[in-house]
Ligand binder design. Structure first.
Ligand code: PLP
Length: 417
């Protein structure tokens, strides 16, 4: 028999009791507040969390769908877009919008590219979007929604996009190329410069997915990290996605989609009056646009400022380097690739990596995994700086357990969504 369906209670409950119940519900969640979660959460410290929360609460009821009613949100969105374009080399005339997250930003980039091509008389049904294998699945989702074909191209040996192989995958029916800065699985920045040349040579739209790096890489570069070009300073880059709710440290529900020109963005929005409810115009996929998310992004950007973000980027890069060095010094473990930002991978070629993952999970350390190679995925936040020693101690113990064999009863999943 299936469990009883939850029902709306007949009478209300006071907030104190509800708050207690909600805290109890959270008892089984990943313990991100103690920096034991290296996926899903971007913890830049209590002060930043509090600014994000207060700003969200201040505008939680306002709706970005109505710029006439809420010029405050319109102004904040414009300022956030201006800041993002400033960080990402946006040329004169570049523009953008806030969206609910990376997936929506990517959907908007692919949709805009498709509709611009259709307006130019191209056949777009089944047209191609060529991406490296490491590009986020949000591109598959966008292609699925938009009736396009996604072509996933194998990577070069260094696990970055292979521009030669991508060039070979381009056919007369191809609209878009994608590179990541960095990609989610490996934390590596693709050779965007070569992809920009390819896009220009073949008249293609290049989208750079900087959902992870957009509000991190510019500050790492200011700190002296020698990053390759990945933004609008490369002439073939048509659009960039960059998430504020990742390394922008804003409340969830905030990303940015940037376009090189207004002429391009003209194909992003939707407007119609073909119903009795009046004319409606939306710049992105959303109808209602949560004022809280816009306000939170605006507030955190201003709270931290360039110096604040530089310091967070410095802490994360230093923590990553420290963890990688320590892990490489441990027997049976190794890291993969040469990431330059906040994301890295490690695993074992002599022991079962997913058994190690399971034993770390049992000790309360929640992170992602990668299947090729079999590896543990760490997306670090500034808060991880305080728990490195504890993590490494637990890792040594976990590895020793796996080396010693014995029954591991921890359910290990290669999926985490
Ligand atoms: C590189 C990259 N692109 C896109 C996304 C999708 O972002 P969201 O989960 O905000 O939709 C992610 C999420 O982790 C990502 O890492």
């Amino acid at each position: 028999m299936s469990p009883p369906r939850p029902a709306l209670p007949k009478f209300g409950t006071d907030w104190n009791s509800l708050g207690a119940r909600m805290r109890a519900l959270g008892q089984g969640d990943a313990d991100w507040r103690s920096a034991r979660t290296a996926v899903y959460i971007f913890n830049a410290g209590e002060d930043v969390l509090s600014v994000a929360k207060e700003a969200y609460a201040m505008y939680q009821s306002e709706n970005g769908l109505g710029p006439l009613a809420f010029p405050s949100l319109k102004r904040m969105e414009e300022e956030v877009i201006g800041i993002g374009l400033g960080l990402l080399g946006g040329p004169e005339g570049a523009c953008g919008n806030l969206t609910s997250g990376g997936s929506e930003s990517i959907l908007m980039a692919v949709k805009t590219c498709r509709d611009q091509a259709a307006a130019a008389g191209r056949t777009v049904v089944g047209a191609r979007v060529v991406v490296p294998v490491s590009a986020h699945l949000a591109f598959d989702k966008a292609c699925h929604y938009l009736g396009l074909e996604i072509v996933r191209v194998p990577l070069a040996e260094d696990r970055r996009a292979d521009p030669g192989a991508m060039a070979e995958a381009v056919d007369a029916n191809t609209l878009m190329l994608v590179g990541s800065a960095p990609c989610f699985p490996y934390g590596l920045i693709d050779p965007i410069e070569a992809l920009s040349d390819l896009a220009q040579d073949r008249g293609l739209w290049l989208h750079v997915d900087a959902c992870v790096g957009g509000y991190f890489a510019p500050f790492a570069r200011m700190n002296g990290v020698d990053l390759p070009g990945f933004d609008f300073s490369l002439p073939g880059v048509a659009s960039i996605s960059a998430d504020l709710h990742k390394y922008g440290y804003a409340a969830k529900g905030a990303s940015t989609i940037f376009h090189r020109s207004e002429a391009q963005r003209a194909f992003q929005g939707f407007e119609s009056g073909d119903w009795p409810g009046g004319h409606m115009k939306t710049p992105t996929a959303a109808g209602t646009r949560p004022g809280g998310a816009i306000a939170s992004a605006w507030a955190v950007l201003h709270y931290l400022g360039e110096e604040g973000y530089r310091e967070k980027a410095r802490i994360v890069c230093e923590t990553r380097a420290r963890m990688m060095a320590a892990i490489n010094a441990l027997p049976d473990l190794r890291t993969y690739g040469e990431p330059q930002l906040g994301l890295f991978l490690y695993g074992s070629e002599t022991l079962d990596t997913f058994q190690i993952y399971g034993r770390m999970l049992a000790r309360g350390w929640f992170s992602g995994v990668v299947t090729e190679p079999r590896a543990i995925h760490q997306m670090l936040s500034p808060a991880h700086a305080d728990v490195v020693d504890e993590y490494l101690e637990d890792l040594e113990a976990a590895v020793a357990e796996v080396r010693g064999g014995g029954l591991d009863t921890t359910p290990v999943s290669a999926r985490y969504s």
